[in-house]
Write a protein that binds this ligand. Structure first.
Ligand SMILES: [Zn+2]
Length: 241
C-alpha cells in the first residue's frame, strides 16, 4: 500500500458536474423505496446508485492507482476489472456514494467479504480505523518487510498502532487465506531483496531495477521503498517519483 498523492487532482469532470444531482436523486429513490419497498422502487434505487460506475470515474481511478489495488497493491488489470471501492461504505454513508474523496480502486478480494465488505471500524473519536491511501501515507502506520525466518513478505503495524492492525486484519494482508497474494508478493519481494543488496554494493543494473521498483506504477512498490530506506540507497539513486 502506497500513498496516492495525486488522487484529489484526478477528480473526473463528470463528478464535478453531476455528483450533487446524482446524490439528490439517489436520496429521493432511497426514500421512495423506504416508503414503498416495491420491486419498481428497488430497481429505481439501484439504478440511481449505480451511477458511480460511470466509465470516466472507473478510468480516472485505474489511471491514478496505476491498475493496482489501493490496499494490497496487486496488479488487477490482467485478471480482474477492479472494483470501484467506497472507502466509507455507501450502504452506511449514502451521502458519500458519489464523493470522489471516498472512491478508490480495489481488487475484488480486498473489496468484498470476507475482507472489507461493509466493514468500517471507527475509533473512540469516530475516525476510521482503516488507512485511506488517497489521504494518508500508509508507511506512517505500516512496515513492509521480508521475514527471512518465515520466508514471507509481511506487512507489520508499526508499534502495533490500531489503524495498522485493523487494516492488516480486515484486508487479510498476511492471512493464509490469501495464499495467492502472499505467494505472488513474496516472489516479487524476495527478488527485490537481492536486487536492493546488489544496488547498495554498486551494481548499476541492480540500481536501475531498484529505481524502477520504487515507482508508483510497480506492484508492491511499498516493499521496494522500504528496502530503499533500509539499505540507504538514496545517495546512490535518484529520488522516488
Ligand atoms: Zn487488493
Amino acid at each position: 500500500m502506497i500513498f496516492i498523492s495525486n488522487h484529489a487532482q484526478a477528480k473526473p469532470k463528470v463528478l464535478v458536474k453531476k455528483a450533487l444531482a446524482w446524490t439528490i436523486d439517489y436520496y429521493k429513490k432511497c426514500n421512495a423505496y423506504l416508503a414503498n419497498p416495491s420491486n419498481t422502487n428497488k430497481i429505481a434505487k439501484e439504478a440511481a446508485e449505480k451511477k458511480y460506475q460511470h466509465k470516466d470515474i472507473k478510468n480516472a481511478l485505474i489511471s491514478v492507482f496505476h491498475h493496482k489495488c489501493a490496499y494490497c497493491e496487486s496488479n488487477i488489470g490482467a485478471v480482474d476489472f477492479g472494483d470501484i471501492e467506497h472507502f466509507a461504505p455507501k450502504s452506511i454513508y449514502p451521502e458519500l456514494c458519489f464523493e470522489w474523496d471516498n472512491l478508490l480502486l480495489a481488487c475484488s478480494k480486498c473489496n468484498n467479504k470476507p475482507h472489507k465488505g461493509v466493514q468500517f471500524p471507527l475509533d473512540a473519536q469516530g475516525q476510521p480505523l482503516l488507512i485511506n491511501p488517497a489521504r494518508e501515507a500508509p508507511n506512517e502506520f505500516l512496515r513492509f518487510i521480508y521475514n527471512p525466518q518465515s520466508k514471507i513478505a509481511e506487512v507489520e503495524a508499526i508499534n502495533n498502532n490500531p489503524k495498522g492492525v485493523e487494516t492488516i486484519k480486515i484486508f487479510g494482508l498476511n492471512s493464509p487465506n490469501r495464499r495467492e497474494l502472499l505467494k505472488k508478493r513474496t516472489t516479487v519481494v524476495f527478488q527485490l531483496v537481492y536486487i536492493a543488496i546488489n544496488a547498495a554494493q554498486g551494481d548499476s543494473d541492480a540500481q536501475s531495477l531498484m529505481q524502477k521498483a520504487v515507482q508508483a506504477t510497480e506492484e508492491y512498490a511499498a516493499f521496494a521503498r522500504q528496502l530503499w530506506v533500509q539499505l540507504n540507497l538514496s545517495p546512490l539513486l535518484q529520488t522516488i517519483v
